[in-house]
Design a protein. Structure first.
Length: 117
């Protein structure tokens, strides 16, 4: 599966941004997808994930209540709506897709989010 991430940019603290991750294949071929982020000198951390079949979601503690992950099966696209962003949300955001049957995880290229205070 190939993934194309987009939507990053510069945003002021308290503002909003929406990231998109377009997959090259239908969600019927993907079991789990979502976003990680990595700030300089930090480890990569889970931001949000969604099961493409059930729609079940999970969020990192630092973004709960502010970020929302969703999917559009017709467009093979996963979205991350980021609201009330904070400077500590500044990071490179990476989308991923898991194919459990094949035990394969695919990654998109990072999209940089910078939050100014």
């Amino acid at each position: 599966v190939q993934l194309q991430a987009s939507g990053g940019g510069l945003v002021q603290a308290g503002g909003s941004l929406r990231l998109s991750c377009a997959a090259s294949r239908s969600f019927s071929a993907i079991d789990d997808t979502g976003w990680y982020r990595q700030a300089p000198d930090n480890e990569r951390e889970l931001v949000a994930r969604i099961n493409t079949h059930s729609g079940t979601t999970d969020y990192g503690d630092s973004v709960k209540g502010r970020f929302t992950i969703s999917r559009d099966g017709d467009k093979y696209t996963v979205y991350l709506q980021m609201n009330r962003v904070k400077p500590e949300d500044t990071a490179a955001y990476y989308c991923y897709a898991d194919q459990i049957q094949n035990n394969v995880r695919s990654w998109g290229q990072g999209t940089l989010v910078t939050v100014s205070s």
